[in-house]
Each structure stands twice: as structure tokens, then as C-alpha cells.
Design a binder for this molecule. Structure first.
Ligand code: FAD
Ligand code: A2P
Length: 273
């Protein structure tokens, strides 16, 4: 990880809903995270997303959906972002530095929230790529640890370096003053790669269907609708494949208005979708 030098850049204070960047960390040439100031009026549930962006050359806002990666109690807001080389937003956003301003529309929404799940004993957080962002929020929220006896985080990326943000996050949980003691013995972290050798390999879907993840973690499998709950966040193809597996095991998709056994949200909208 490299951290941007804390050289303040001029903040264009004319931006509507402007928030100030306070930290930037680059994890790979395709991934970075950053923190911004939190609007005092912003209330959100851990796992929700907001629209953030930058003005274009003509001053029009380029806005995109972003999961808030920090928990609802945090004083500032963290985001974990892809860098799309020709992406209208991230080709510019990747160059932000502390002191810069971004636009943040303070209207949080989303389905990856505790309210959309019925009570259960074990929570499965299933992510690929930047889909770990909403779970970075939920993992740092005391409500997650109060509600569940066990939490399993399965995060899969093509390469080892792409797992580093999640690894650091998980490694820091025991030292978190708010939830550190609650996490002890409850979290099962299962990072895997698919295109670079690492300690654990394979797609989330394959490791669920083969039963490998249950055997490796010493947990009962497959997921049981009576006790297991799941939150899913990845590409559309990933989400559809995981949904099919969970439905096959008898879990039903929940919503804010109709809680059930699992919830899904897209980590991004793919080309042509
Ligand atoms: P876009 O024109 O938006 O995207 C160009 C192409 O890049 C897409 O067609 C797709 O193929 C690819 N792409 C876009 N985003 C990603 C991604 N995250 N991972 C892999 N490929 C991608 N992005 C984040 O980086 N972090 C988040 O926390 C996040 N949360 C989101 C939550 C929701 C509900 C949705 C719908 C999207 C979220 N996104 C997130 C995606 C984000 O909205 C933008 O698409 C992304 O920032 C790229 O913006 P862009 O304008 O540079 O390129
Ligand atoms: P794989 O390398 O086998 O394609 P991407 O960068 O394409 O979004 O993929 C991120 C991670 O998600 C990769 O490890 C990829 O595995 C995995 N993945 C992509 N599509 C699916 C899917 N439909 N089901 C399960 N895992 C998937």
C-alpha cells in the first residue's frame, strides 16, 4: 500500500454537497481506498451505498454509486474503489489527494443491511473484487457481532494483491476498540484467488458447491435456511450464480420491506448490462 502525501490541494468549495478528502491509499494499480469528511446530517445503515462523484470540465457532476466501506458510527466515510482506465469517474477520482473535494449526495440506500434479513445464527458475506466494500462496513459494526454467533467472509479476487485491503481490514478487527472483543472466535475469513497461486484458491461458487469451504473451516454445510443468512456482492454473473446455489439450498431473497434468508447487490454494473 502507498499513501498519498498529505499535501492539501485547493478544495473547490462551490461544489454542491462537497466533502473533503482526508486520506488516500493505493493498493494496486487498479484499486484504491479513501476517506472523506462526513456530512453532519448523514445517517446511514452499515452496508448501504451513496452517490459520489466529481465535476467534469463543464462543471456537471459525474456521479456513481459507491458502497460506504466504513461503519455507521464512524466520524468519517471510507470508500474502496476500482480504477477504470477510461472510466468517466474513476479515471479522475484515482488522482484525488487529501484536501481535495468530492461530491457526495447524502441519500443512502441499499439491500445489504441487517434489516433485510431474518434473525439467524451464522452470517455469510460473499464477495468478489470491490464487492467487499459493504462488508467492510458491516464487519466493523457492533450490530453484526451482536446478531450472529459466527460470521464467514468469503472474498475472491483474481490475484493475491487484490485481497490486501480485505486482509488488512480483517487483521485490524481484533484491535478495534469498539468490536475487538466481540469478534474473538466468531470470524471465519476465507480469502481465495483464481488466477494466481495462493494458500486458498477457487471461486466462491465452486468452494460452496464442492463443500470445500465447510471442510476447511470446520463448519456444517451446506447453508441451512433455519440458521444461515447470506449477503452477496459481486458482478452480475457472480450474483446470479450464487443466488442459484442459495435458492437450491432453500434460502429466499430478502428485501428491506420483506426480510428473508439472503440479500444481493451488484458491486458494479458491467459493460452492456
Ligand atoms: P463506469 O462507466 O461506471 O464503468 C465502466 C466499466 O468498468 C463497467 O462497465 C464495468 O465493466 C467496469 N467496472 C465498474 N466498476 C467496477 C468495479 N467496482 N469493479 C470491477 N469493474 C468495474 N465501485 C467501486 O469501485 N466501489 C464501490 O464500493 C462500488 N459500489 C457500487 C455499488 C452499487 C450499488 C453499484 C451499482 C455500483 C458500485 N460501484 C462501485 C461501481 C461504480 O458505481 C462505478 O461503476 C465505478 O466507480 C466506475 O466508474 P467509472 O465512471 O470510472 O466507469
Ligand atoms: P475467475 O478468475 O475464475 O473468472 P472479475 O475481475 O472478472 O470481476 O472477477 C473477480 C473474481 O470473481 C475472480 O476471481 C473471478 O474468477 C470471480 N468470478 C467471476 N465471475 C464469477 C462467477 N460467475 N461465479 C463465481 N466467481 C466468479
Amino acid at each position: 500500500m502507498t499513501t498519498a502525501a498529505a499535501t492539501p490541494a485547493p478544495a473547490p468549495s462551490h461544489l454542491p454537497d462537497a466533502q473533503t478528502v482526508t486520506e488516500v491509499a493505493h493498493w494496486t494499480d487498479r484499486l484504491f481506498s479513501f476517506r472523506v469528511t462526513r456530512p453532519p446530517s448523514l445517517r446511514f445503515r452499515s452496508g448501504e451505498f451513496v452517490m459520489i462523484g466529481l465535476p467534469d470540465e463543464r462543471g456537471r457532476a459525474i456521479l456513481r454509486a459507491y458502497s460506504i466501506a466504513s461503519p455507521s458510527w464512524d466520524d468519517s466515510l471510507e470508500f474502496y474503489s476500482i480504477k477504470v482506465p477510461d472510466g468517466p469517474l474513476t479515471s479522475r477520482l484515482q488522482h484525488i489527494r487529501p484536501g481535495d473535494s468530492i461530491i457526495l449526495r447524502p441519500k443512502p440506500v441499499g439491500t445489504l443491511v441487517h434489516d433485510a434479513l431474518l434473525p439467524g445464527r451464522r452470517l455469510w458475506l460473499l464477495a468478489t473484487g470491490t464487492g467487499i466494500a459493504p462488508f467492510a462496513s458491516l464487519l466493523r459494526d457492533p450490530e453484526t457481532w451482536e446478531k450472529y454467533e459466527q460470521v464467514v467472509l468469503m472474498h475472491t479476487c483474481r490475484e493475491v494483491a487484490e485481497l490486501e485491503y480485505g486482509r488488512r481490514l480483517v487483521a485490524g478487527l481484533p484491535d478495534d476498540p469498539l468490536i475487538g472483543e466481540m469478534v474473538a472466535g466468531k470470524l471465519h475469513y476465507y480469502p481465495t484467488t483464481t488466477r494466481e497461486p495462493s494458500a486458498r484458491m477457487g471461486r466462491v461458487t465452486d468452494n460452496l458447491v464442492s463443500g470445500k469451504v465447510f471442510a476447511d473451516l470446520g463448519l456444517p454445510g451446506p447453508l441451512d435456511p433455519a440458521t444461515d443468512r447470506a449477503m452477496v456482492c459481486g458482478s452480475l454473473a457472480f450474483n446470479l450464480d450464487v443466488k442459484a446455489i442459495l435458492e437450491g439450498w432453500g434460502l429466499r431473497e430478502g428485501a428491506n420491506s420483506d426480510p428473508a434468508e439472503y440479500v444481493v447487490e451488484k458491486a458494479f454494473v458491467g459493460d452492456g448490462i
